[in-house]
Design a protein around this ligand. Structure first.
Ligand code: FE2
Length: 207
C-alpha cells in the first residue's frame, strides 16, 4: 500500500491554495483533485478505515501547517449517520468505499430546518459544502450491512473548529469534533521509492 496518492493530493491542494484563495476556484479545482484521489481505493491504511460499533469515526490524515486545509477519512459503520450539523468553512466530500446519503437542510423563516436535496453518493463522487453553497447537512452510510468510507477536505483544521449540531426545530448545540486518532500517516518518507529506483545506488551517490 503506497501513500503516494495522498501525498500528491496534499501537495497539489497546497499548490491550489497558493494560486487562489477564492472559494469558487478552490471548490471547483479542489473537487477535481479529490475526485482523482478517491477514484482509486488502494492507498488508505487500514488503521484509518477502522469503524467503531458506537458511532462514525473521523481520522485526521493531514493538516496543512497554516491550517489552510485538513484531510480527514470518515468511516461509517453499518447504518451510522452524523447528526444534522454545519461546518462554517468550505468542505469537499469524496466517497472512497461503499456509499453515502447526503441530506441538505435549509433554514426556514421561523428558524426550523427544512429538508432539501437528498443524494446518494457512490465511489468517485464529490460533494461540496460551505456557508455560501449550503452548509447544513446530515450524512449517513447508505448500507446497513457494510462499512462506507469517505475522504473529506475542509478549509481549516476542522477538528478544532467550533460549529454546531441542530435539531429539526433549528436549535443549535455547539461542538468541536476532534479526531479519533492521535497519530498520523507518514506521508513524507520516500525511501521506499528511492530504493526502488535503479539509478539511485550508494556508490553512484558518493563517487
Ligand atoms: Fe459534514
Amino acid at each position: 500500500m503506497s501513500l503516494s496518492p495522498l501525498r500528491t493530493f496534499v501537495t497539489d491542494f497546497a499548490g491550489l491554495l497558493e494560486r487562489s484563495g477564492d472559494e469558487v476556484d478552490v471548490l471547483a479545482h479542489g473537487a477535481q483533485l479529490l475526485a482523482a484521489l478517491v477514484a482509486q481505493d488502494d492507498w488508505l491504511p487500514d488503521d484509518f478505515a477502522e469503524p467503531s460499533p458506537e458511532r462514525y469515526r473521523q481520522y485526521l490524515l493531514h493538516c496543512d501547517s497554516l491550517a489552510r486545509f485538513s484531510v480527514v477519512s470518515f468511516v461509517w459503520g453499518p447504518g451510522q449517520s452524523t447528526p444534522i450539523h454545519n461546518h462554517t468553512v468550505w468542505g469537499l466530500v469524496g466517497v472512497l468505499r461503499g456509499a453515502e446519503i447526503s441530506e441538505r437542510f435549509d433554514v426556514a423563516d421561523d428558524g426550523a430546518l427544512v429538508r432539501g436535496a437528498v443524494e446518494q453518493l457512490t465511489p468517485g463522487q464529490v460533494d461540496a459544502v460551505s456557508p455560501r453553497v449550503g452548509d447544513i447537512h446530515r450524512v449517513s452510510n447508505a448500507f446497513t450491512d457494510r462499512v462506507s468510507v469517505s475522504i473529506h477536505v475542509y478549509g481549516a483544521n476542522i477538528g478544532a473548529v467550533e460549529r454546531a449540531t441542530f435539531d429539526r426545530e433549528g436549535r443549535a448545540k455547539p461542538f468541536i469534533s476532534g479526531y479519533a486518532n492521535s497519530r498520523l500517516p507518514n506521508l513524507w518518507d520516500q525511501s521506499a521509492n528511492a530504493a526502488a529506483a535503479p539509478a539511485l545506488r550508494v556508490g553512484a551517490l558518493v563517487s
